[in-house]
Ligand binder design. Structure first.
Ligand SMILES: [Zn+2]
Ligand SMILES: [Zn+2]
Length: 279
């Protein structure tokens, strides 16, 4: 029996970060892998943007969360509620750092107790709203299905348990990096990857002006790590600096130019909401 690899595509549903931005939603990346629709992070406008880019929330099969900063999880209760409302008839698996179960317990079950009671009284099956949580506290394989494998790397970021995800399927590798301090282990994690989504929150000069600057990597550090890894395509995302520069896209283009100079062998993109990659 021949086994051609499953179709694999990546949608940038949200290219931005914390602050409201006229054209960028918060972190959210959707991976279509065969029959599965995997969503990584669920930030500001994630639910809206998934629908805007033709991915119905009730067709999402799995959710993965990198870390518990609110810009990466604020739309997760909405995603669970809306997909249930729209007719999802199975429990949604959610994988994320230790603490994600508590977040859903308080931020969904308790926060929406009145709503849930009201809807179930009208016949909605509460069992499908239930979520299946896989809490991670160490690195390793977190998902292995039909020959496709997702594994994780923990890196430092804001004192949180912070997971980066790598998907390997049919000879293709996609890495979805979290927010992260630079780390030499990122090079091996991204080795020869076909596509790496990596944060580029700002420049060294910008980081010196904010208290959380040391939680992130500069364009130079991103360029060096991606060059050493031999990453084929690199998408710069989580472009915080734009919100401090009148949402000027040229600020991100300038960071991309820095990365290109250091890693001329890779194709470097500035993320945009709706951007897709077929691999
Ligand atoms: Zn963060
Ligand atoms: Zn963030």
């Amino acid at each position: 029996m021949s086994s051609s690899p499953p179709p694999l595509s990546v949608l940038i549903a949200g290219s931005g970060a914390v602050r409201a931005h006229p054209t960028r939603g918060g972190p959210c990346y959707a991976v279509r892998l065969g029959e599965r629709n995997l969503v990584f992070d669920c930030g500001r406008l994630a639910v809206h943007n998934l629908s805007r880019f033709d991915l119905a929330v009730e067709t999402i099969t799995d959710v993965f969360i990198t870390h518990l900063h609110f810009d990466h999880i604020c739309d997760l209760p909405l995603l669970l509620l809306l997909s249930w409302n729209n007719g999802r008839t199975r429990r949604l698996p959610v994988t994320g750092p230790k603490g994600i179960a508590d977040f859903l317990e308080h931020g969904l079950r308790q926060a929406y107790a009145h709503d849930i009671k009201s809807r179930t009284a009208h016949g909605k099956n509460a069992d499908y709203l239930e979520w299946t949580v896989k809490e991670l506290s160490s690195e390793g394989v977190c998902d292995a299905t039909d020959g496709s494998v997702i594994d994780t790397l923990i890196t430092k970021h804001g004192g949180l348990l912070n997971f980066n995800y790598r998907l390997r399927s049919g000879g293709r590798t996609v890495v979805i990096m979290s927010d992260s301090e630079p780390d030499p282990r990122i090079v091996d994690f991204c080795r020869d990857a076909d596509l790496v989504l990596i944060e580029c929150s700002g420049t060294k000069e910008f980081y010196a002006t904010v208290p959380w600057g040391s939680w992130h990597a500069t364009p130079e550090q991103v360029g060096e790590m991606m060059r050493d890894a031999g990453a084929k395509q690199v998408v710069l995302k989580h472009l915080v600096i734009e919100s401090f520069r009148n949402n000027d896209p040229q600020v991100s283009e300038a960071m991309a130019a820095t990365v290109r100079k250091i890693h001329p062998g890779g194709k470097i993109h500035v993320a945009a909401d709706g951007m897709t990659f077929d691999l």
